[in-house]
Ligand binder design. Structure first.
Ligand code: UDP
Ligand code: MG
Length: 143
């Protein structure tokens, strides 16, 4: 494993239910460091750009409506193997199939409104982080 950065999103359903703090607590408890963070309200166009990889999927239009329906909380998580670690903490895409103790099991409503997003590999992590953050918005230790 190596020191990695990954993009996390607390999705509109979870932000609306006041779960930002609960989600961040899970990341911090697992040793992942929050090195950038902000609240963003995506326009439908920006949501379509973020999820462009899914544009042929039947759920694309509904997903983009949902992701632009209210504020999201985006953050960059840093740590050893943070990409896979975050995916473990999130749980499976469908909350009904997610393992006990995962964010999606505990707080996901359904397969669309599943509380959180996490990058799925090094290339997507880099692209997704750059989608939301300038390099100077990401914390670097000065030691
Ligand atoms: N999604 C959906 N219906 C599906 C599969 C996915 O609405 O049948 C939504 C869901 O919000 C999911 C997102 O599309 O988180 C991206 O799908 P992906 O397969 O990349 O799942 P993830 O990487 O988020 O687990
Ligand atoms: Mg995905």
């Amino acid at each position: 494993m190596s020191l990695e950065r990954t993009l996390s999103i607390v999705k509109p359903d979870a932000v609306g239910r006041g779960l930002i703090g609960e989600v961040l607590k899970r990341f911090e408890s697992a040793g992942l460091k929050i090195v950038a963070a902000k609240l963003v309200h995506l326009t439908p166009e920006r949501a379509r750009a973020f999820y462009a990889v899914h544009k042929q999927r039947p759920f694309f239009a509904s997903l983009c409506d949902y992701m632009s329906s209210g504020p999201i909380f985006v953050s960059v998580l840093e740590g050893e193997g943070s990409i896979a670690r975050n995916r473990e903490i999130m749980g499976a895409t469908d909350p009904a199939k997610a393992a006990p103790g995962t964010i999606r099991k505990d707080w996901g409503k359904d397969v669309e409104q599943n509380a959180v997003h996490g990058s799925d590999g090094p290339d997507t992590a880099a692209t997704e982080i750059a989608f939301f953050f300038r390099p100077d918005e990401i914390f670097r230790p000065s030691h």
